[in-house]
Design a protein around this ligand. Structure first.
Ligand SMILES: NCCCCCC(=O)NO
Ligand SMILES: [Zn+2]
Length: 344
C-alpha cells in the first residue's frame, strides 16, 4: 500500500492545550507522524511519496473562503499584537450573543473555533495545508485507478473541522476535502467510515444534507465524551441527506466485542450503499492505553478490523486522524493497514 506523507506536518508543534482545567503539553504532537512513518518503513508497507499541490480550490469546495483566509493569516494577525506564545481562543459567541465576525484576532479565533485545545502557531497554516494536499493526493491516486488503496498520513487531523470551524486539533477537514474531490471527479457515491474514538462532528456537518456522501461514525458517547454537542444516535441526516448519516455512540469502557458489533453493522451499511470509494477516517485513539480516550481495543484488534474493511472490496483511502498513545501509535495504525493488505 502506498503512503502519502509530508514532512511539513512537523510545522504544527503546539506548546500547550487547555484540557482538564490546565494548560498541558499538546497530545497532538509531531512525534505521532514520525513514529507512524517509521513503522510504515519498518514493515515495508510500500512506497512513501510526498503530496502533490492542488492549491486552495479543492479546500474551498468544503471550507468557506473567509475561514480559509482566516486560517492562512491568523498567526500573522496574532504576532502583530506582539504576542509570541501559541494563539488560543478564550471566548466564544454562545447563546444570547451574535454570530458576528469581530476584527480583533482574539474575537476571530472564538468566532471560528469550538475549543481551546487547538493552538495556532507560526507553522499551523503550512502544516494544515500540506495535510489537506496529502489527502487530495491519495484521492487522486484512487480516482485515476493508479492505486486501489492508499494511506494518507495526514497531520494535523481533520474530522472535527467544519465548513468554517476549527477545533479538536483539526483545522482543515482532510477526509471531507478528499471526498468532495472524488465527487467532483465523477464519483457518484462516497462513504466515510470514521473509526476515531471521537465523533467526526465536522465531517457530519459538512455532508449532513447530502445523499452522495454516507457518513458513519463509531465513537465515545457524546453524553459523556468530546465533542459532546454532536454525534448523538438520533442524528440521521437532513433533507435529501436523511438516512445518510449513521452514528454509533458507545459508552466508556467499550471493548472490541461491542465495538466490533457496531463496526460490523456499519460495514454492512457501507456495502449496501455501494460507494465508488470508501474513505476511512483512521483514528487509533480507541486503543486501551490512549491517554485521553476510554475504549479498550487491543493492538491486534486493529488488524482484525483492517481485514474486515478489505473484505468490502472497495477502493479505499485511509486518512489519518487521532491517536495519542504515541509509543504504540505506529504499531496500531500499521496493524490496520497490514490487516487490510493481507485480506485483499
Ligand atoms: N482536547 C479535547 C479532545 C480533542 C480530541 C481530539 C481527537 O482525537 N479527535 O478525534
Ligand atoms: Zn480522536
Amino acid at each position: 500500500m502506498l503512503t502519502v506523507y509530508s514532512e511539513d506536518h512537523a510545522l504544527q508543534d503546539g506548546k500547550a492545550e487547555l484540557i482538564d482545567g490546565q494548560l498541558l503539553p499538546c497530545f497532538e504532537m509531531p512525534r505521532r507522524a514520525f513514529l507512524i512513518r517509521d513503522r510504515v518503513r519498518e514493515v515495508g508497507l510500500g512506497e512513501i511519496v510526498p503530496p502533490e499541490d492542488f492549491g486552495r480550490a479543492p479546500i474551498e469546495r468544503v471550507h468557506d473562503p473567509d475561514f480559509v483566509a482566516f486560517l492562512a493569516g491568523a498567526w500573522d494577525e496574532w504576532a502583530a499584537t506582539g504576542r509570541t506564545c501559541d494563539a488560543l481562543p478564550w471566548t466564544w459567541p454562545m447563546r444570547t450573543l451574535r454570530q458576528i465576525r469581530p476584527r480583533r484576532i482574539d474575537g476571530l479565533m472564538g468566532y471560528y473555533s469550538f475549543d481551546a485545545g487547538t493552538p495556532i502557531t507560526a507553522g499551523t497554516w503550512r502544516a494544515a495545508y500540506a495535510s489537506a494536499q496529502t489527502a487530495l493526493t491519495g484521492a487522486r491516486l484512487i480516482a485515476t485507478g493508479e492505486q486501489r488503496a492508499v494511506f494518507a498520513l495526514c497531520r494535523p487531523p481533520g474530522h472535527h473541522a467544519a465548513a468554517d470551524l476549527y477545533g479538536g486539533y483539526c483545522f482543515l477537514n482532510n477526509a471531507a476535502i478528499a471526498a468532495q474531490f472524488l465527487i467532483d471527479g465523477g464519483a457518484e457515491r462516497v462513504a466515510i467510515l470514521d473509526v476515531d474514538y471521537h465523533h467526526g462532528n465536522g465531517t457530519q456537518a459538512i455532508f449532513y444534507d447530502r445523499p452522495d456522501v454516507l457518513f458513519l461514525s463509531l465513537h465515545g458517547d457524546p453524553a459523556q465524551e468530546f465533542p459532546y454537542y454532536l454525534g448523538w444516535g438520533d442524528e440521521r441526516g437532513a433533507g435529501a441527506g436523511e438516512g445518510f448519516n449513521v452514528n454509533y455512540p458507545l459508552p466508556w469502557g467499550t471493548g472490541f466485542p461491542a465495538w466490533g458489533e457496531a463496526f460490523e453493522d456499519a460495514c454492512r451499511k457501507v456495502a449496501a450503499y455501494a460507494p465508488d470509494v470508501l474513505l476511512v477516517s483512521l483514528g487509533v485513539d480507541t486503543y486501551k492505553d490512549d491517554p485521553i480516550s476510554k475504549f479498550r481495543l487491543e493492538s491486534e484488534d486493529f488488524a482484525t478490523y483492517g481485514a474486515r474493511i478489505a473484505r468490502l472490496g472497495l477502493p479505499t483511502l485511509f486518512v489519518m486522524e487521532g491517536g495519542y498513545a504515541v509509543e504504540q501509535i505506529g504499531i496500531n495504525v500499521v496493524n490496520v493497514l497490514t490487516g487490510f493488505e493481507e485480506a485483499r
